[in-house]
Design a protein around this ligand. Sequence first.
Ligand code: FAD
Ligand code: NAI
Length: 461
Amino acid sequence: MTNTTFDLIVIGAGPGGYVAAIRAAQLGMRVACVEKRALGGTCLNVGCIPSKALLESSELFHRAKTALGVHGVKVQGVELDLAGMMKRKSDIVRKMTGGIRGLFRKHNVTHIAGMARLAGDGKVDVEGEMYTATRILIATGSSEIELPNLPFDGVHVIGSTEALSLDEVPKKMIVIGAGAIGLELGSVWHRLGAEVHVVEFLDGIAPTMDRELSHALQKVLAKQGLTFALKTRAEAAEVCDGKVAVTRAQGGETTVETCDRLLVAVGRKPNTEGLRGEEVGLAMDDRGRVLVNEAFETNLPGVYAIGDVIPGPMLAHKAEEEGIAAVERMAGKAGHVNYDTIPNVIYTHPELASVGLTEEQVKAREMPYKVGKFPLIANARAHALNATDGLVKIIAHEKTDRVLGIHILAAHASDMLAEGVLAMEFSASAEDIARTMHAHPTLSETLKEAALNVSQEAIHI
Ligand code: FAD
Ligand code: NAI
């Protein structure tokens, strides 16, 4: 007979839920994880992983077509095999989600397939089957926001999920929203040959990033051929004869622009629909996010929540850290998430990576600060890579020299940022980074030079 009683039932097997389930099992709990779709959640199936697979493949295609000549490599007849590219992406997803299945087996986590509903008093109803647990962890994640006058039709007006699986390159794609999804998937289809036009409501792209660097990224992407309409609101879309007519409003003026595919990437909303949260009295805010305290406890005894379904940035690593901290707290340990050092990366080329405060945030807090910058063009490895676009910016406290924020626009910025996150986790000063020996020649030397330049002491500019 199947076991129906557990120490912990996790609802949702995304990076928040499946990691929490494994950690809880390591800590000795009897754990079940309920998932209504596929193990791995948004991230592994229709998010981080397939998008990064396509970003890598499309960048290679683009380079083979346009950027190898400078290395003295002549290539002719480069052709796109889109079906092959999509197959590779799907194979990676299959491998990664299969890995979770294996990890669940290894750690004795029970996988329950189906839609979970809160049934009160430690009970979870999975499609008519009742399970009980001492604790329940809601890790139901998020899904795409649909704009009222631009409903998805799955073919012409699409969200990120469809944009990861198109079977042909659109001639023209309009992207609504210049956040992470719009810029990453816009880059993918642009590299593969589409004309890509990005419409953004605010006056800059990547609005959560440091303004100086997001502006620099916009310039590089524009040089690559993407076009941007800022301070422009997408208002409606109409599909006619296989084309989408998009109505946009800018400064009181309304225009209509047509395209083959319209990608709507205007943010994500928490998944609480069908969970029966309201019925059992689960406290949520006006955006439907589940409210928790610092131990990830909701207002219902024994019910916890983490990841995209609670307030905070919607990022896989944030969900993972919260999942681990939540179950460690359940086990009486000192689980903790440092919300001041959440890395944030947009995987364009170059990548834009950030940790800590932006210059705008430091100013708004009226903190005395100093800035050190270093351009990629002054770095030898960047020349060897033919990747000289970008800069590193370090913001430090004027008096204590403590690092407040690190912002990197560079090829491989995502990997370079790890050093910055660790430095901030250990409350490093700019001088600590400046006096740390960095291997030569590496892109990471730009971090050292930017740190030196916080005191105007950079060597190579
Ligand atoms: P999810 O991954 O959304 O998982 C929740 C799971 O719960 C889902 O599998 C869902 O089916 C299941 N579920 C929901 N309700 C129920 C229910 N009632 N019963 C049973 N199961 C249920 N983040 C990054 O950090 N880096 C990136 O590069 C990145 N790229 C992204 C690219 C795209 C295109 C998208 C869309 C997102 C990307 N993200 C990225 C965001 C990242 O995917 C999310 O922040 C992350 O997946 C959140 O994890 P989670 O566990 O909270 O929720
Ligand atoms: P987002 O919130 O990052 O960006 C949406 C953008 O759309 C905003 O700039 C907003 O001003 C704009 N917008 C909203 N309505 C508009 C309208 N009517 N007209 C024009 N512009 C409009 O959301 P996005 O890109 O959809 O991503 C969702 C989540 O997924 C984010 O929270 C992000 O953190 C996560 N994600 C993370 C990635 C990464 O870490 N590399 C990659 C992809 C997604």
